[in-house]
Design a protein around this ligand. Sequence first.
Ligand code: HEM
Ligand code: HEM
Length: 131
Amino acid sequence: MVVVIGWINIGLIVIMGSIFPVKKTYLKKLKEEGKEKSKNWGKLYQFSRKAHPILGLVILTLGFYHGYQAFSLTVWHTGTLLLYTVFMMAVIALTGPRIKPFKKHWRTVHRNLGIVVYFLGVLHVFWRNAL
Ligand code: HEM
Ligand code: HEM
């Protein structure tokens, strides 16, 4: 069960990252082909935007459960690093738009942490005890 939940979470993290190519494709189509032809991509992007924070909460909940069951939430481990990086992403997304000097930059930080999360995900699956 612990391993299955871990894999479900990896799947959800991959889906989370897909918001970026969806957004890029939509904006490109909108610019090049106009509103009508980019309509379906627009709908997909709006759907992704709505689903994204909900999925984020699911990832955190499953991640805490999985980590607690598999080992511990208070150790220096590839799993805890992965989980707390996702947690930081949530904090940045929730506070960033509300803090003035951070308004313009939170997305970049959030996006780059997404790359870190992918990297830590690979590390956790293939070299779990590397740290
Ligand atoms: C865990 C909780 C998370 C929350 C609450 C959250 C929240 C958000 C929000 C509000 C946006 C802006 C969406 C928009 O209006 O376009 C966003 C964008 C994004 N998120 Fe997350 N996110 C979370 C986790 C993640 C994770 C785990 C990943 C990937 C591994 C990720 C990747 C991205 C990307 C690539 C964008 C697009 C940034 C851009 O517009 O340039 N997020 N997130
Ligand atoms: C979002 C966070 C996390 C994700 C996506 C995740 C993902 C996974 C995956 C996919 C596996 C199975 C790998 C395989 O088949 O070999 C796994 C196993 C494991 N994870 Fe995580 N994990 C997360 C958080 C944590 C945390 C916080 C810890 C605590 C230290 C942890 C500790 C472990 C351990 C000990 C195993 C081995 C379990 C076993 O073989 O019985 N993980 N994780």
